[in-house]
Design a protein around this ligand. Sequence first.
Ligand code: ASP
Length: 615
Amino acid sequence: MKKLFIEQTADKVGQEVELYGWVNSKRDHKQIVFIDLRDRSGSIQIVGNESLKPLSPEDVIYVKGIVKERPKNLINEKMKTGKIEVEVNEFKLLGKAKTLPFPIDSDGSNIDEELRLKYRYLDLRRKRMLKNMLLRSSFIQEARDYFYRHGFIEIHTPVLSKTTPEGARDFLVPSRLQKGKFYALPQSPQQYKQLLMIAGIEKYFQIAPCFRDEDPRADRAYGEFYQIDIEMSFVEREDVMRMTEQMIIEVFEKLGAKIKQKPFPIFTYKEAMEKFGADKFDLRTEEDKKNNLQAFGWVIDFPFFEKTKEGGWTFTHNPFSAPLPAFKQQLLEKQNIESILTSQYDLVCNGFEVGGGSIRAHEPNVLETVFEIMGYKKEEVWEQFGHMLEALSYGAPPHGGIAPGIDRLLTCIAHEPSLREVIPFPLTSGGRTSIMEAPSEASQEQLAELGIAVKTKSRNKKVFDQIRELLDSHTIQYKILEHPPVYTSKDAAKIRGTELTQGAKALIMYGDKKPLMLVLPAHLSVDMKKFKMDRRMKDLRMATPQEVKKITGVEIGAIPPFGNLFEVEFYVDKKLGENKDISFNAGEHTKSIVMKYIDFERVTKPVILDFSTKI
Ligand code: ASP
């Protein structure tokens, strides 16, 4: 077993040591060869004879030798082990390394991210990533330590669970024992942590994995992320906020971070909207940014409900929240719903939401009314949330909690531009896992056992037919127009007899090397600069006609605005939604479809953004 980290050799002058590690670099001086040997802790100079010559960078070796002081003129003050070197008596090659697919002595920011994720186990060898992994580990250790000292119990809640409303799409897991039924991966442990309060746990926390199948967004990690999930009984809003703030301050400062303002300033939602135009805001000045200050703030007094597109109500943050006490009666009477405020509190850091929580509805009638306001019938509420309503009726303590997101907090401390830099094995923005390339197909046997038949989307099937199938499966009304071939939006509008403004122009682009589809009204063009800024992209360019063909199977000029069919990131400009009807070439120069915009948005589920500008 390896007994010594390289860093620990510094005080072992004169002693024989055994070291294990990777060849960081090699300098060959005829009879004498220098190796920089690296392990997790650092690196050290190894001096040996010609037998070291066959070694190459990233080989894994074992070395036995004597620690010696370096001659004065060869001391390297910058290295922890710069005053010493190890003279080799014995060495073994333990693992030969091929040439790596990319250099690991840089911070990696110039290397294509897909490539870095494909070889994440090599990417993690770079100093920057090792530092981030160590930071992550210390962060979790400090947080745990805080909670244990303050009387919290760490409890794991199930990962195979039931679908629950948290505002995102669920990941489903098919059941073999009950064919045709599904588990859902938790979007958060919300209901379980509340059940733990009813169970009398009083103070719970968990480093909890959460799963949300959301459309790609710049400020979220796709797929899975970790929260410090917290719940406490017999508390009011201010108690949870104070405890969270203390924990964050303590953990951040132990990790060497500097916080701009303590206690954290508190804004009501109304104040935040008036002052910053958003409920997430960056309180740092340019000077603060230079000094790496972390600027936290709270937002409270959010509206509980917002109007849905269909004219009903939905929750703004969390359906399990209680309204602020002053609004309880109003909620129970379902009066002036738009003015009801929730007990929700959001924590903001450097312009990002880094966590949110609330005091919960611990009286079953309050929770039931929340779902009724959102349009659930009584039976539906009981069918879906009966377990919670029942649990709340066996002596539920008043309780509340919060869930700061670990990944986002770490990007703040580490000054990293993306969440993926602090996650060991993140999913790509297109939703593929690093290295192993999931999702992947299941075998026929697996599918048969699960009672699942996969409708294969045949590449041979014409895009036109795929669109029709999609629209038909949602029983959507649309009109097909057959016409002589058209190649431009203007000609298309003329021949269809439709307005140019209602033409849905679909463009394939590459943003930071990933294919995307942008759809906008045909009379407008893409404001590349703005889109890049909004999406925090470094690089954005049009795809070539060949690339377009490869991605969509369709000729340029006939691309339908169905990014969802081509598995690319998919964005639609807000202004397209100003049309009642939209029209587009449906994968062929001679066929167009006219349909309601609202139906289009419903079936394709794009990310709606504002990126158009006049031509
Ligand atoms: N369940 C909420 C979330 O994941 C957090 C909370 O209210 O505690 O965002």
